[in-house]
Design a protein around this ligand. Structure first.
Ligand SMILES: Nc1ncnc2c1ncn2[C@@H]1O[C@H](COP(=O)(O)OP(=O)(O)O)[C@@H](O)[C@H]1O
Ligand SMILES: [Mg+2]
Length: 220
């Protein structure tokens, strides 16, 4: 379970982003909707321990991770969080297998790679350089890289932003399937993808009163 409590974050020359209190339950999938600039990526980065809130707490499984030393946050992210990005963040000149195998340098067991590649339908791309893959195949490779460590939490920041709708829909279908039983938080602008998630959170109005995920709206 991930609890966002009284979190506020500001950047230089920016008004503060004040987040409503939110709880992400373990094992559920969440779609985060909201206009550009409303603070979606910042929230994912704070959950991942890449950014720290200025105020408030981010509590993961009962532990206030926002108060943990950076080293502990980094270890937690490496071991427990799978992060998927819009622009894949794969190394184009390396093969798919090497992009994933490189995680062993961080002590990650990558022995689940082959079965995940098969599950995502890109087993035959294993020894191909990433630059030869289509956008959908690159995103599938990035999903395998995020899932191979068997993370408890999967964060996806506009994972279909660089894909056309039908490919993106297929990727979301596969991602939500592969992430079953884990906590998945995915940012996407596309309302058509709603049916694939357990809960949809509209982040457009992130200031003010607490947000009731079950009701899908702010509560007074
Ligand atoms: N590293 C940064 N430095 C300065 N401002 C930032 C930084 N990251 C985000 N912001 C600002 O914080 C706000 C929220 O950004 P972001 O979380 O990226 O929004 P979203 O992902 O919803 O589009 C924006 O106004 C953005 O300009
Ligand atoms: Mg963003």
């Amino acid at each position: 379970m991930i609890e966002i409590k009284g979190v506020s974050k500001s950047f230089k020359n920016e008004t503060a982003l004040d987040y409503k209190d939110l709880t992400f339950e373990a094992g559920k999938s969440y779609m985060l909707l909201g206009a550009s600039g409303c603070g979606k990526s910042t929230l994912l980065n704070m959950i991942a321990g890449i950014l720290s809130p200025d105020r408030g707490r981010i509590i993961i499984d009962g532990k206030d991770m926002s108060a943990a030393p950076q080293k502990e946050k980094d270890r937690f992210r490496i071991e427990k969080i799978g992060f998927i990005f819009q622009d894949f963040k794969l190394i184009n000149e390396m093969t798919v297998a090497d992009n994933i195998g490189i995680l062993r340098l961080e002590g990650i067991d990558t022995s689940g790679m082959d079965s995940l590649l098969t599950r995502l339908g890109i087993a035959e791309k294993k020894n191909k350089k990433v630059k030869t893959l289509s956008g959908g195949q690159k995103q599938r490779a990035a999903i395998v890289r995020a899932l191979v460590k068997q993370p408890d939490i999967i964060l996806a920041d506009e994972p279909t932003g660089n894909l056309n709708y039908s490919i993106g829909e297929q990727v979301i279908k596969e991602l939500t399937q592969a992430a079953k039983g884990k906590t998945l938080i995915a940012v996407t602008h596309d309302e058509r993808l709603r049916p694939y998630f357990d809960c949809v959170i509209d982040m457009n109005d992130i200031t003010g009163s607490p947000y009731d995920v079950a009701q899908g709206k702010a509560v007074e």
